[in-house]
Ligand binder design. Structure first.
Ligand code: NAD
Length: 257
């Protein structure tokens, strides 16, 4: 590829990227970057979502689908709808997730635990269940699951979130072993604290400034959504064709300590 080659700047030209949680902070930033690199975007988010900001950011050039990732019929439907756009799915960012409460175990309600597991684990499992066969039949595709630094370390008080993100790492690894012989890659990202609404809610629960100091991030700052999007774009592209089943820390060195 030479410097004048359009694929150098638009490595995802003609690729179809399906993104769940697409109206959220990381989802929207990733949708914008993948679109900038040439991908057509199908954006999924929960029923009642306002997609206006995302549509504006992408110049209206995207398909939007309202679906609850915890409901199998809805997942089947969003995959079928995505397939009507170009007939295939090249990239799947399995990203929808919720944080849940931060509390001591005695105060952590079982229903909160179940809700977090439903969205973060069952939602990711269902996405894999319905997208992997499409990619495997075609012999190509890249899936990126949203895990977290909480998927590889303990995060105090985040019982459901921590368990759910460890499960996402496990789902990623088992999916990669099933998918690799078919030419499909499944990786996950493990962001540390990223400037976003989700982080804001957590900081409110922990105590904002104190939380930043206590988190002890070697980079001494939270990450940016653009810094997450860049890694997803790399994993979506042909620059990462031998990268499979891996957990990609995006955390300013947090989990290196
Ligand atoms: N923000 C961070 O610091 C951070 C760090 C590590 C990992 N993550 C993970 O990255 C992903 C995106 O996080 P974010 O910061 O953009 O959060 P966000 O809250 O901005 O976005 C999450 C999106 O998921 C959607 N969603 C939630 N439940 C859904 C459901 N049942 N069906 C469909 N959509 C649903 C929400 O509507 C929202 O748009 C999550 O999986 C999160 O756990 C975030």
């Amino acid at each position: 590829m030479n410097a004048g080659d359009p694929l150098r700047h638009r490595p995802l030209e003609n690729r179809l990227a399906l993104i769940t949680g697409a109206a959220g902070a990381i989802g929207a930033a990733t949708a914008a970057l993948l679109a900038q690199r040439g991908a057509r975007i199908v954006a999924v988010d929960r029923p009642g979502t306002d997609f206006a900001a995302l549509e504006k950011a992408l110049g209206g050039d995207l398909a939007v689908i309202e679906a609850d990732v915890t409901d199998e019929a809805s997942v089947r439907a969003y995959v079928a709808q995505a397939l009507t756009v170009t007939g295939t799915i090249d990239v799947f960012f399995n990203n929808a997730g919720i944080g849940g409460p931060v509390a001591r175990i005695a105060d952590y309600a079982l229903e909160d635990f179940r809700r977090v597991m439903a969205v973060n684990v069952e939602g990711v499992f269902l996405g894999l269940k319905h997208v992997l066969p499409v990619m495997q039949a075609r012999g190509s595709g890249s899936i990126v699951n949203a895990a977290s630094a909480s998927g590889v370390t303990g995060s105090p008080g985040m019982w459901g979130y921590n368990a759910s993100k460890h499960a996402v790492v496990g789902l990623t690894r088992v999916a990669a072993t099933e998918a690799a012989p078919h030419g499909v890659r499944v990786n996950c990202i493990a962001p540390g604290p990223i400037r976003s609404k989700m982080m804001g809610r957590l900081d409110d629960a922990i105590g904002s400034e104190e939380a930043k100091r206590a988190r002890g991030i070697p980079a001494r700052r939270y990450g940016l959504v653009s810094e997450v999007a860049g890694v997803v774009a790399f994993l979506a592209s042909d620059d990462s064709t031998y990268v499979n089943g891996a957990v990609h820390a995006i955390d300013g060195g947090l989990t290196a300590i």
